[in-house]
Design a protein around this ligand. Structure first.
Ligand code: CUA
Length: 152
């Protein structure tokens, strides 16, 4: 007699599991993918206004935006040229794998993830030259992946 009870309990459990999976997928207020949805299509940077032509653009009286693309194994533009005594926001994305973007000798340092745009704002001072290094292992020539930042 207990077998039927156990059977019924198992069936109920299965129905409950199916129900909660369905609820999780389609229920109200539950977004399955929004957190991981890419901000940008790493495979189609050519079609993106900001990154089809990596560049530095003046966006305010003394403010600049630097659109930078990291790809195996370099950064574009190279060099990145920005004015002294200004505010520069770097927008950095990757065309392929995870890279790093570190302005050597400063605290400007971020991970660069395909599908995302990393943002760092810096205040530049006098004219100077900095190396830019990739500090995330990204393939055979990772150690040679570098760029240049010229503050002029
Ligand atoms: Cu790019 Cu390491």
């Amino acid at each position: 007699a207990y077998e039927k009870l156990w059977l019924a309990a198992s069936v109920l459990l299965i129905l409950f599991l199916l129900g909660s999976v369905t609820y999780g997928a389609v229920g109200p207020g539950v977004a399955m993918v929004s957190d991981s949805e890419p901000a940008i299509d790493a495979g189609a940077l050519d079609e993106d206004d900001r990154f089809s032509e990596p560049r530095v653009e003046q966006v305010g009286e003394n403010e600049y935006a630097a659109y930078v693309v990291a790809r195996q194994f370099g950064f574009q533009p190279d060099p990145i040229v920005v004015p002294a005594n200004s505010t520069v926001t770097f927008y950095v994305t990757s065309a392929d794998v995870i890279h790093g973007f570190e302005v050597a000798g400063t605290n400007a340092n971020t991970m660069v993830v395909p599908g995302e745009v990393s943002e760092i704002t810096v205040e530049t001072d006098g004219p100077a030259e900095y190396g830019i290094v990739c500090n995330e292992y990204c393939g055979a020539a990772h150690h040679a992946m570098e760029g240049k930042l010229e503050v002029v």
